[in-house]
Ligand binder design. Structure first.
Ligand code: ADQ
Length: 423
């Protein structure tokens, strides 16, 4: 949807972080929304070139923007795909705007396509894009990657018109998902909507067209993160963060402020940890960094208020004149600074209720000192849990289990920490 822009401060979003690395390595044209809305029909894409990457953007029409973005993308698809089925909103007007915006993207992309291009479409905002391109005669190979979970058909069926969504998803030549579970869910939807015969050798066949379906878990650039984490040790911000701990140990969480990230349960778990293990009071500080996102969606306002209340209440209950148990920040930092913070922390808590992958979990591991690594407490419902077997895995709603895991992580002997980290 929105592309990374060379002059903008880095966004706190996994897609942008992951794709920027790929674009810088391979070069190409990155096309998407400019971040602006317009009253008139958008004019041709604006193109800026930086090193080997061209950035092409269009404004989106003001009349469709809210229905498309806050409406269908983040009010319907985001909750549904994360299994918050009861929180899913639905309106035909939102769905129509979603389709119109996807067609608009297709129309503006086509004049820029070269015959030997390979088109790679990203994420749930753009599920109908490949279909819209094919309808307009585009024959270049198209891939699609879904960064968020794909729900089993039993949940997907709650969406009116879910069968169209499945058909649009099969317009590309290759569809990539984060985990084998997501792939199994997509296959469940293909079999349900198109009949079991549409699946052969695990791929989808529809009207003579084959769509390969596969798992391509997104990763992080481990060497770059290790370098960033080491280099930023001496930066002003990381030194101030470290000095502010006054020798205390640090438990860290870093997430976009989103109800899927399990932050309220995490704060409550931290409260239980302090109740049950009072020996750590005044010896550990919990730093939670949660930059605001999607502030135009009501559910995000609600979660923000509830977090402010919970953090305030817990701090009021446990704080000492010289110690605040939870430091809660809503701001962005440079990636390098963030990696420096992760390295300083003894425990990383990544406890989403559901997450496609979760890059912070991988960044935390990559940022550690292998000779004296911290421990990751990770939700079983994050895609990353299927790969990071060395973490302490927890159910994100089980505040008692998270509290115990934080205690175990802080108490873990060096040898076990090293073994888990190496794994
Ligand atoms: P997100 O839901 O945005 O990504 P995540 O994978 O954790 O979640 O990525 C967040 C990224 O933003 C990380 O690289 C993190 O370092 C960065 N970030 C977070 N807070 C920041 C801050 N305050 N300042 C600067 N940077 C910050 C979606 C899916 C995930 C999937 C990714 C990639 O929801 O499941 O892992 O895409 O596919």
């Amino acid at each position: 949807n929105r592309i990374a822009q060379p002059r903008r401060v880095p966004a706190a979003g996994g897609l942008e972080v992951g794709l920027m690395a790929a674009m810088k390595t391979r070069g190409g044209l990155w096309f998407g929304w400019s971040g602006e809305q317009s009253d008139d029909a958008p004019s041709a894409a604006t193109i800026i070139r930086r090193q080997d990457v061209s950035y092409a953007t269009i404004d989106l029409p003001r009349t469709d923007f809210a229905d498309y973005y806050a409406g269908f993308c983040n009010g319907t698809l985001w909750p549904l795909f994360h299994y918050f089925v009861g929180a899913m909103q639905y309106s035909e007007a939102h769905r129509d705007a979603y389709l119109r915006v996807n067609r608009l993207f297709a129309e503006h992309l086509i004049p820029m396509l070269r015959p030997d291009d390979l088109v790679w479409v990203h994420d749930y905002h753009l599920i109908p894009l490949a279909h819209a391109l094919r309808e307009r005669g585009v024959t270049q190979p198209i891939g699609f990657f879904l960064h968020i979970p794909f729900p089993h058909v039993e949940a997907l069926r709650a969406l009116p018109g879910h069968d169209d969504l499945v058909r649009w998803l099969l317009a590309p030549d290759l569809v990539g998902l984060q985990t084998p579970r997501d792939l199994a869910s997509l296959r469940s939807a293909v079999a349900d909507v198109l009949g079991p015969a549409a699946l052969r050798n695990g791929d989808a066949h529809i009207d003579g067209h084959t769509t390969r379906l596969g798992v391509f878990p997104i990763g992080v650039d481990v060497d770059a993160i290790r370098r960033e984490a080491q280099q930023s040790r001496d930066s002003e911000t990381v030194r101030r963060m470290s000095a502010g701990l006054l020798g205390r140990r640090c438990v860290i969480g870093v997430d976009r402020l989103d109800y899927s990230k399990g932050l309220v349960d995490r704060f409550q778990a931290y409260e239980r940890f302090m109740e049950r293990h009072p020996q750590w009071l005044n010896h550990v500080t919990f730093l939670q960094i949660a930059p605001l996102s999607r502030t135009d969606v009501r559910a995000y306002d609600e979660i923000r208020h509830s977090l402010e209340q919970t953090a305030g209440r817990i701090n009021g209950r446990f704080a000492e004149p010289d110690w605040t148990p939870i430091r809660y920040l809503n701001r962005n930092f440079s990636h390098e600074t963030l990696m420096g913070f992760l390295r300083k922390a003894c425990v990383g808590v990544v406890t989403p209720i559901r997450d496609g992958m979760n890059l912070v979990a991988k960044e935390f591991v990559a940022a550690q000192d292998p000779e004296d690594p911290g421990v990751l407490v990770l939700s079983r419902l994050a895609g990353a849990a299927e790969e990071l077997g060395g973490a302490l895995l927890v159910n994100p709603r089980d505040t008692g289990a998270i509290a115990s895991a934080v205690h175990d992580a802080l108490s873990m002997p060096l040898r076990e920490r090293c073994t888990r980290h190496a794994q």
